[in-house]
Design a protein around this ligand. Structure first.
Ligand SMILES: *[C@@H]1O[C@H](CO)[C@@H](O)[C@H](O)[C@H]1NC(C)=O
Ligand SMILES: *[C@@H]1O[C@H](CO)[C@@H](O)[C@H](O)[C@H]1NC(C)=O
Ligand SMILES: *[C@@H]1O[C@H](CO)[C@@H](O)[C@H](O)[C@H]1NC(C)=O
Ligand SMILES: *[C@@H]1O[C@H](CO)[C@@H](O)[C@H](O)[C@H]1NC(C)=O
Ligand SMILES: *[C@@H]1O[C@H](CO)[C@@H](O)[C@H](O)[C@H]1NC(C)=O
Ligand SMILES: *[C@@H]1O[C@H](CO)[C@@H](O)[C@H](O)[C@H]1NC(C)=O
Length: 373
């Protein structure tokens, strides 16, 4: 079983690596993508350059970031592709989804990436690192995009139809813990709320944000749950593990948030029959034994890190990067991202996604909701 899994995942990663060469060279492809557009909201896991122009420590447009990326350092918090980059490939897009900060032309009708390192559901999360684009601000930027798309397509009704067909990925919440609740020297939230209350408060605010996204036309939405935030090299270094392999209080916080997020997915799918929301179980996907899929180093990043847990500038990173689960103190390596993306797109284990994976989500024919009179 374990051996089968290893083979499967390695094979998937390989076929992805191969198909990418094709993709990166921008060969003209006749094939249409499975959705006409892909919009991305999130934090550093998805950021592909939005923080580059901001005064913040949470930006990484320098070497060795991007060492395995064709364009070099772009602001991606990775040696290579992010999960959403690989998803764009799997969906059949010809190009990666451009960051809002640099997207200037009609390319935006195919999607925009709003993600920002250190950003959270709460406006203040990540403040101690400098500027960042919170979920609320990312939605404001999306509103700008929607207005531009109405202009480009010439008609509000056409824009609405188009926006209804897109895939939306939203992954927020990690920074509301690691760059807020668990930094009592900077934030009051842990004095004000128990962990249980905090998860409730976060999900309440997140619900409003997701409803706003729906108001802007989103109908197929992937909500990415929190991963094992207590297992990053930085978390282990900062908090210690008290004898276990990870920082339990951080992982527990993740699980509390995720439980409520799953309940929200159910509620949204019950309330809105013209829409479909899915939950991506990052926690479960991260819980397996990484050595079974060929990783060798689990508790240290591939690059030498600075005081922020990010790669120190211009230092040579490790050579055998596919051996590492982590690239820096917080962020998974491209090798990890390939596996996460492939399981999000096409679930390997039934519990990877709920109630369906992205390959099924994008195929759904959703009917406009008939309102009873
Ligand atoms: C859009 O941005 C690209 C790359 O950032 C640049 O090469 C191009 O000239 C810009 N186009 C316009 C119309 O500003
Ligand atoms: C550390 O582990 C011991 C034994 O499992 C437990 O009694 C103690 O409460 C733990 N301390 C913290 C800070 O979690
Ligand atoms: C984490 O959750 C488990 C299971 O609910 C519990 O037994 C444990 O004490 C929690 N640990 C911490 C540090 O909160
Ligand atoms: C779903 O509908 C119920 C009943 O009308 C309502 O109380 C709840 O707030 C709605 N939830 C969302 C997320 O829209
Ligand atoms: C490759 O990684 C292993 C750890 O898995 C390490 O011991 C070895 O020195 C690395 N080799 C090179 C060439 O970096
Ligand atoms: C699949 O998910 C279940 C439930 O989370 C878990 O118990 C099981 O170990 C997983 N199987 C594999 C092969 O990852």
């Amino acid at each position: 079983m374990a051996c089968g899994m290893k083979l499967l995942l390695v094979a998937t990663a390989l076929s992805l690596a191969l198909s990418t060469q094709h993709f990166v060279q921008g060969k003209p492809q006749v094939r249409e993508p499975q959705v006409p557009c892909f919009f991305i909201f999130g934090d550093s896991v998805s950021d592909n350059g939005n923080n580059n122009l901001l005064p913040t420590f949470a930006k990484v447009n320098y070497s060795p970031y991007g060492v395995d990326f064709p364009q070099g350092p772009t602001g991606r918090f990775c040696n290579g592709r992010n999960i959403v980059d690989v998803l764009a490939e799997l969906l059949g897009f010809e190009n990666y989804i451009p960051p809002f900060a640099y997207a200037n032309g009609s390319e935006i009708v195919k999607g925009v990436n709003y993600a920002s390192g250190a950003a959270g559901i709460r406006k203040e999360s990540g403040r101690q690192l400098g500027a960042r684009i919170s979920m609320g601000e990312q939605l404001k930027n999306h509103r700008t995009t929607v207005l531009r798309i109405i202009d480009i397509l010439g008609k509000r009704s056409l824009a609405k139809k188009h926006l209804n067909k897109c895939l939306y990925s939203v992954g927020m919440g990690s920074n509301d813990y690691i760059n807020n609740y668990f930094l009592p020297q900077y934030y009051q939230t842990s004095k004000k709320y128990t962990l249980e209350e905090y998860a409730e408060v976060l999900i309440k605010q997140y619900t409003q944000q997701i409803l706003r996204l729906r108001k802007y036309g989103a109908r197929k939405v992937s909500l990415v749950g929190l991963g094992l935030i207590g297992c990053t090299p930085d978390a282990i270094k900062t908090y210690g593990t008290n004898g276990s392999s990870c920082v339990e209080k951080l992982n527990n916080a993740s699980q509390q948030f995720n439980q409520k997020l799953v309940a929200l997915v159910d509620e949204l799918n019950t309330n809105f029959t013209d829409s479909k929301f899915i939950y991506v179980n990052s926690y479960e996907m991260g819980s397996g034994d990484p050595t079974l899929v060929g990783f060798k180093v689990l508790d240290a990043g591939c690059c030498e890190v600075d005081q922020y847990g990010q790669c120190a500038p211009n230092k040579t990173p490790c050579q055998n990067r596919t051996d590492y689960v982590f690239w820096d103190g917080f962020h998974p390596s491209e090798a990890s991202n390939l596996i996460s993306a492939s399981r999000t797109y096409s679930a390997y284990n039934a519990s990877d996604t709920y109630p369906m994976d992205i390959s099924h989500l994008v195929q759904l024919q959703l009917e406009p909701q008939v309102t009873a009179i």
